[in-house]
Design a protein around this ligand. Structure first.
Ligand code: PHE
Length: 348
């Protein structure tokens, strides 16, 4: 076979092999086998030196054409295969954005926190500030400045956990009354605050009491603050939390830091006053303690009782939650059982 025929044969074979190559590695293998150092076309080109001088340019030109053709075919096929691979990949990795998503479980505030939030909203709307105090409190603020001197018998009702002889886990949020009054400049206007938070008491084995529970303290001190203001405010609280058709009533009571002191009842929201199991057939439910701030307490916080006066109240959101949802054991709120807690959602 003459060189020219051999070249023609190589071109045909080469183009065929390139066209048949199904991946870039195979295309490259064809390139090496034909155009590489030991390739079949390279061998032919090397044999050209044996040709007659007048034959060389003719065959040389033809050989170049064959090499260029093969090279072009190799490039084209490689690009084609690369494109196919990319397309296949794009196809395989397509995202279907119309597929339904996986639902993410959404949490909610604890039922007691929901009640505190609701109270905060209500009081902010009435111009109160929210003041959060420390759960570890000085005995002076927890008792003494609230008119409970050492050896006062009422201290027994609030036995608690002592950190040192003069520092304790607060038994009530009332210490915030003294702390806020001390800081307030009464020449600039009245002090109106609520203070929500946890309090601690030595526990007895009773399902309605826990060694740790929540309170929301309320305090308004200024000029001409009367018991009618207290009653109106608490009426607002009761209606906001339990329903518009409820009344409240005040009964005389005793707290060392208020005088007079009252116990506040609301119409039973279940039977609307007719009498049922929840209100023990009285038609009323006791919900909080309150009173007019005792002059001694004002004085000890640096407020002149001749000029200023006010009211204070302390309510238990835990108790509100128990009443509102008919929960009989306060400890259920603190067991972190999600099945129990997810039942209560004020926001729906
Ligand atoms: N601190 C009282 C308690 O824990 C409640 C209270 C607060 C009463 C403010 C009157 C005024 O029992």
């Amino acid at each position: 076979m003459g060189l020219k025929e051999r070249l023609e044969q190589l071109r045909k074979e080469g183009l065929q092999q390139i066209a048949n190559s199904s991946d870039p590695d195979k295309v490259n293998a064809v390139r090496v086998s034909m155009l590489g150092k030991k390739g079949s076309l390279t061998a032919v080109l090397r044999g050209m030196k044996d040709l007659a001088a007048d034959q060389r340019p003719v065959v040389g030109k033809y050989a170049n054409e064959v090499r260029n053709d093969l090279q072009a075919a190799i490039e084209k096929r490689s690009a084609e295969l690369a494109k196919n691979i990319l397309n296949a990949k794009l196809q395989a990795e397509t995202l279907d954005v119309t597929l339904p998503g996986t639902a993410v479980a959404q949490g909610q505030p604890h039922v007691i926190q929901q009640i505190i939030d609701q109270l905060e909203d209500l009081f902010i709307g009435m111009g109160y500030q929210i003041a959060v105090g420390d759960e570890v409190e000085e005995e002076v603020y927890n008792f003494e400045k609230l008119n409970l001197p050492k050896d006062h018998p009422a201290r027994d009702m609030q036995d608690t956990f002592y950190v040192t002889p003069s520092v304790l886990m607060r038994t009530q949020t009332s210490p915030m009354q003294a702390r806020m009054m001390e800081k307030h400049d009464f020449t600039k206007g009245p002090l109106k605050m609520i203070s929500p938070g946890k309090v601690y008491r030595r526990d007895t084995d009773d399902p309605t009491h826990s060694h740790q529970f929540n309170q929301v303290e309320g305090l308004v001190v200024g000029k001409h603050v009367t018991m009618a203001d207290l009653k109106g405010t608490l009426q607002e609280v009761a209606r906001n939390l339990f329903g518009d058709d409820l009344d409240i009533r005040l009964r005389p009571s005793y707290f060392p830091f208020t005088e007079p002191s009252v116990e506040v009842d609301i119409t039973c929201f279940k039977c609307k006053g007719k009498g049922c199991a929840i209100c023990k057939n009285t038609g009323w439910i006791e919900v909080l303690g309150a009173g007019m701030v005792h002059p001694n307490v004002l004085q000890m916080s640096g407020v002149d009782p001749e000029k200023y006066g006010g009211f204070a109240f302390g309510l238990g959101p835990d108790r509100f939650a128990m009443l509102k949802y008919g929960v009989e054991d306060i400890r259920d709120f603190y067991l972190n059982d999600v099945r129990f807690l997810t039942q209560f959602n004020e926001k729906g």
